[in-house]
Ligand binder design. Structure first.
Ligand SMILES: Nc1nc2c(c(=O)[nH]1)N[C@H]1C(S)=C(S)[C@@H](COP(=O)(O)OP(=O)(O)OC[C@H]3O[C@@H](n4cnc5c(N)ncnc54)[C@H](O)[C@@H]3O)O[C@H]1N2
Ligand code: MOO
Length: 436
C-alpha cells in the first residue's frame, strides 16, 4: 500500500484514553489516500470513487428543446407593447424529438412540438397541448393572457455547459452520478482502485457456520457484519477466517496480510484481559496502539500500521497495511467500525468531503449515559403527531445484543457532556440509510 504518514507513528500512546473525536482524528491521521486508478464502465461505477475531475465534453442539453408536448409559437416582438398575446396562430409544421423543423417561425406562426424536440428558430414560447386546440390549420389558445414568453423551453447547456467540471475528483459515485456521466457520452471513467481489506475473527469460543456448536461457543458473527460494511464501502474483501489462539499463526497471517492488502481488521481480543496475546503478535509485525475510547459500546480499540518496525526509518512502504482491532462484542464491532473505521476507509478510498448524516431529534424516553463518555444507543426515529423528528431506543442496549442493530434505523448519539437524557430533550441521531 502507499506510504503511511511517518509523523503520526510517534502518537501511539500506550494505552491511550481518548474521546470519540480524538480517536477519529488519530485513526484518520494514519491514512494516506490511495492514488492508483483504473478505468471502470458506467454500469459498474456504483460505490466507486472518481479519480479525477470529470469535464463535460458537451452542452447538456445539447440543443434548446421543448419541455412539453404542445406548440412552439412566434409571438409579436415584446417591445411592441403587447399585454395580451394573439389567441390564434397559423400551424406551419411539426418538430418531433430526434427531428427538427427546418424553417424559422415568423410572427403569428406555430409548430406542433413534442417533449425533447429542438425548438425551431424564431420560437418565443411553447404552450402545452392541453391549453390549445387545432382548428382548420390554426392553433387556437384558450387563454392567450396566460401565455408567457420563454416558457417550457430548456436552454442548451442549462444543465451543464461544455468544458465545465461536471463531477469533482473524490466523489463517491451513486446512481445519479452514473446517469450524469452517461448523459455526457462517456463509456467509462477513471476511478481509484478499491481498497483491499483482510478480515479475521479471533477467540477460542468462535465457531464457523456449518460446524456443530459446542458448549460455551458462539457462531462467528463479526466477520460477516464487517464484510457487509466493507462491501457497502466498495472494498475488496479478503476473508482470513477464524484465527486460532496461536501466536505464530497470528504473526505470520498479519505479516502476509500486510504485504497483500491495504487494511487488516480483526475482532476480539483487545480488552485488558485478552489483549496480551494479539498485542505481542502485533508488536512483531508493526506498530499498534491500544486505546480506551470514552464511548459505549466500543471502549477497547486497537489501531496502527503493520509492516513497519519500531525503527520507523526502515519502513517498507509497499508492504504496509493499516490495522484496526475491533472489540469482540458484536454491537461494539459495528459501532466502532461505523464511527472510526468507516471515515478512515473513505479517506483511504480517495473520497472527499464526506460527513456522516446527523439530525436533531427529540428523545421519546429516558436514556442512560454517563458524563465523560459518548453513548451510542440503537434507536428508531419517526415523525410524531406534532410533525417533529423523535427517537426511542430499541430496548436493552447490551453490546452483545445484535438484534438491537437489526431493529434500529439509527444510532442515537449521547455526547460526553450529557450524563443522561430526559424525555423531550434533544439528541443527535445518525440515520442508517441515506436515501441515495
Ligand atoms: N476487565 C475488563 N474487561 C472488559 C473490558 C474492560 O475494560 N475491562 N472491556 C469490555 C468491553 S467494553 C468489551 S467490548 C469487551 C471486548 O473484549 P475483546 O475485544 O477482548 O473481545 P472478546 O473478549 O474476545 O469477546 C467479547 C465478547 O464478544 C464475543 N465475540 C468475540 N468474537 C466474536 C465473533 N467473531 N462473533 C460473535 N461474538 C464474538 C465473545 O464471545 C465475548 O462474548 O471486553 C469487555 N471486558
Ligand atoms: O464497548 Mo464494550 O464496548 O461494552 O461492548
Amino acid at each position: 500500500m502507499s506510504e503511511q504518514s511517518q509523523s503520526v507513528i510517534s502518537c501511539f500512546d500506550q494505552p491511550g484514553q481518548f474521546s470519540v473525536q480524538q480517536g477519529r482524528e488519530k485513526v484518520e491521521a494514519l491514512v494516506n489516500p490511495l492514488s492508483d486508478s483504473e478505468y471502470c464502465a458506467i454500469a459498474q461505477l456504483t460505490g466507486r470513487v472518481l479519480a479525477e475531475d470529470l469535464v463535460s465534453p458537451v452542452n447538456v442539453p445539447a440543443q434548446t428543446n421543448s419541455a412539453m408536448d404542445g406548440f412552439a409559437l412566434c409571438l409579436p416582438e415584446e417591445n411592441t407593447g403587447h399585454t395580451h398575446w394573439p389567441d390564434e396562430y397559423l400551424l406551419v409544421g411539426e418538430a418531433f424529438a430526434g427531428h427538427g423543423y427546418d424553417g424559422a417561425l415568423e410572427t403569428g406562426q406555430a409548430v406542433l412540438i413534442t417533449t425533447g424536440a429542438p425548438v425551431p428558430k424564431g420560437t418565443s414560447t411553447v404552450v402545452m397541448k392541453e391549453v390549445a386546440r387545432v382548428d382548420n390549420g390554426r392553433v387556437l389558445l384558450d387563454r392567450a393572457d396566460a401565455v408567457r414568453p420563454g416558457e417550457n423551453i430548456r436552454q442548451a447547456g442549462e444543465d451543464l455547459k461544455k468544458g465545465c467540471i461536471a463531477l469533482q475528483a473524490g466523489t463517491r459515485l451513486k446512481a445519479q452520478h452514473q446517469g450524469l456521466i452517461a448523459s455526457l457520452g462517456y463509456t467509462e471513467v477513471k476511478v481509484i482502485r478499491r481498497p483491499r481489506v483482510a478480515v479475521f475473527s479471533t477467540g477460542d469460543e468462535v465457531v464457523a457456520q456449518g460446524q456443530p456448536l459446542p458448549e460455551f461457543s458462539i457462531y462467528d458473527t463479526n466477520r460477516f457484519s464487517i464484510q457487509g460494511m466493507l462491501a457497502a464501502l466498495g472494498c475488496e474483501v479478503i476473508d482470513l477466517g477464524i484465527l486460532p489462539d496461536q501466536k505464530d499463526v497470528l504473526t505470520n497471517t498479519l505479516r502476509q496480510a500486510a504485504e497483500q492488502t491495504d487494511v487488516v481488521i480483526s475482532s476480539g481480543g483487545v480488552s485488558v484481559g485478552d489483549a496480551d496475546y494479539i498485542k505481542s503478535a502485533l508488536n512483531e509485525t508493526g506498530r499498534t496502539g491500544f486505546w480506551r475510547l470514552n464511548m459505549r459500546p466500543g471502549r477497547p480499540f486497537a489501531c496502527g500500521v503493520l509492516g513497519c518496525s519500531d525503527d520507523s526509518t526502515s519502513v517498507c512502504p509497499d508492504k504496509q497495511a493499516l490495522f484496526y482491532g475491533l472489540p469482540g462484542n458484536p454491537v461494539a464491532v459495528m459501532v466502532t467500525f461505523l464511527q472510526l473505521v468507516q471515515p478512515a476507509l473513505r479517506k483511504l478510498s480517495g473520497e472527499k468531503n464526506w460527513e456522516p448524516c446527523r439530525l436533531p431529534a427529540l428523545a421519546a424516553e429516558k436514556m442512560r449515559s454517563r458524563a465523560g463518555r459518548t453513548d451510542f444507543h440503537r434507536g428508531i426515529f419517526s415523525i410524531n403527531h406534532q410533525g417533529q423528528l423523535e427517537v426511542h431506543t430499541t430496548g436493552s442496549q447490551g453490546s452483545g445484543i445484535l438484534r438491537s442493530m437489526t431493529e434500529a434505523n439509527c444510532l442515537i448519539e449521547i455526547p460526553d457532556d450529557m450524563p443522561g437524557v430526559q424525555p423531550g430533550e434533544r439528541v443527535m441521531i445518525q440515520p442508517f440509510a441515506d436515501l441515495l
